[in-house]
Design a protein around this ligand. Structure first.
Ligand code: PEP
Length: 247
């Protein structure tokens, strides 16, 4: 099982922010777990030039088509060309802000896989859906609709991100996280077989901080985290990586 600490900088970060990345690449040159940072697309190529291979880089979205007349969009091949090995797809902010559906995410994932990227597919429920005891139905539907058929355990990562936990400081109970991660693992095994199902890293995302990372990484079938706010500074992201390495 690959453990992975992934940072999502969202629409944050200008050139001076690369100092944080360089500091992280020096302090965690031998982290013992996978470390990935997804900065804004504008910083991928300059980041690649400044950091060692110990830290992988990823995009935060890509277009469904490989190239063409789509002003302002970015293609999977462009991300790869700039130095990315991963792309986050179907983040709840993309689903909300841009109306992305499961089918949109699946088509983008196919294009990203064809460009040689590993896809991080995000799934997660709203608070209303959790309160109505619909969480597993929602997650099951998102998994079925968003993940293409041609993934392997090396080209797929799934991130469970309860929407109500993103950027709020709230997290589900450890039992609730475990229930969803066990469910995701069983759905992947059922659809793709034990090999792919068991080797796909499952990340928890939503208000992961240095203070709660260790207990979250102790939950069954949690293989890492997708970290937003706390990934912006090496002082916060570093201890999260360390907690994963010690788990
Ligand atoms: C995210 O953006 O995917 C995320 C989990 O954000 P935060 O860690 O800030 O809640």
């Amino acid at each position: 099982m690959r453990k992975l600490a992934a940072g999502n900088w969202k629409m944050n970060g200008l050139t001076p922010a690369l100092d944080e990345l360089e500091a992280l690449s020096k302090s965690h040159a031998n982290a013992g777990v996978g470390v990935l940072v997804c900065p804004p697309a504008t910083l991928i190529a300059p980041a690649k030039a400044r950091i060692s291979d110990a830290i992988a880089l990823g995009g935060q979205d890509c277009h469904a088509e490989a190239s063409g007349a789509h002003t302002g969009d970015i293609s999977a091949q462009m991300l790869k060309d700039a130095g990315a090995d991963y792309v986050i797809l179907g983040h709840s902010e993309r689903r909300e802000d841009h109306g992305e559906t499961d089918e949109d995410v699946r088509v983008k994932a196919k294009t990203a896989l064809a460009a040689g990227l590993t896809v991080i597919i995000c799934v997660g429920e709203t608070l209303e859906e959790r309160d109505a005891a619909n969480t597993l139905d929602i997650i099951g539907g998102q998994l079925a609709g968003s993940i293409p058929d041609n993934v392997t355990g090396h080209t797929l990562v799934v991130a469970y991100e309860p929407i109500w936990a993103i950027g709020t400081g709230k997290i589900p109970s450890l039992n609730e996280i475990g229930e969803v991660h066990d469910f995701i693992r069983s759905r992947l095994e059922r659809r793709f077989g034990a090999g792919v199902g068991r080797s796909t890293p499952l990340l928890y995302g939503g208000s992961v901080k240095p203070g709660n990372a260790a207990e979250i990484f102790g939950v069954s079938n949690v293989d890492g985290a997708l970290v937003g706010g706390a990934s912006l500074s090496a002082a916060d992201f570093g201890p999260i990586i360390d907690a994963l390495a010690e788990s």
